[in-house]
Ligand binder design. Structure first.
Ligand code: IMP
Ligand code: MG
Length: 185
């Protein structure tokens, strides 16, 4: 596939393309292959839970590449970034029952770790067969709580990134690549 004619150009907010669309696609393929192999022999249908809004493109691409049966669900959270308290609030819960099911949380990026820490603890109280995590991007320099990522796309430096689902004030979510922003004043 030749994307070259349709790639949106960087705007003045964006300093460089950190991960291009083809590199993302190849990595998502690798993750899908690994996940499909790991869940091939498990009982029941795999439950993917995408964390809105940032994971919507990652989960769409990943899910379509899986060769194991799966169901897609979503959850929405808000976190208070400003006060560093790590408070996470549930805005919209999943619809699927997790009891005795294998759950794979699909997240766009691991920053402080508060969101995934909250989700893993919360889901474990619902008696699933297992809870694992697939995360597209990890910023290890920013972690405040230890989190195990079972399937990781890419490790990135401590910069603000947008595109492929990730936003800055709701902008840039649908860029096909991941771009680094200039530091905001
Ligand atoms: P955490 O709870 O601090 O790990 O925050 C994770 C959430 O913060 C992610 O799901 C994103 O929504 C958001 N986030 C963190 N870093 C970035 C970034 O560089 N770009 C866009 N969103 C980000
Ligand atoms: Mg998110």
């Amino acid at each position: 596939m030749n994307h070259s004619l349709s790639i949106p150009a960087l705007t003045e907010d964006l300093s460089r393309v950190l991960i291009d669309a083809d590199t993302i696609d190849r990595r998502v393929n690798e993750l899908a292959r690994k996940i499909s192999a790991d869940y091939a022999d498990t009982d029941g249908t795999l439950l993917l839970v995408g964390v809105l809004k940032g994971s919507f493109i990652f989960i769409a691409d990943l899910a379509r590449k899986l060769s194991v049966n799966h169901v897609v669900d979503f959850i929405a959270l808000s976190s208070y970034k400003g006060d560093q308290s790590g408070n996470v609030r549930l805005l919209m819960d999943t619809r699927e029952n997790m009891e005795n099911r294998h759950v794979l949380i699909i997240e766009d990026i691991l920053d402080s770790g508060n969101t995934l820490d909250y989700l893993i603890r919360n889901f474990r109280t619902r008696n699933p067969a297992s809870v694992k995590t697939a995360v597209l991007l990890d910023k290890p320099d920013r972690h405040c709580v230890p989190i195990t990522i079972d399937y990781l796309g890419f490790t990135i430096p401590d910069v603000w990134v947008v595109g492929y689902g990730l936003d800055y004030n709701e902008k840039y979510r649908t860029l096909p690549y991941i771009a680094e922003m200039f530091p905001q004043a």
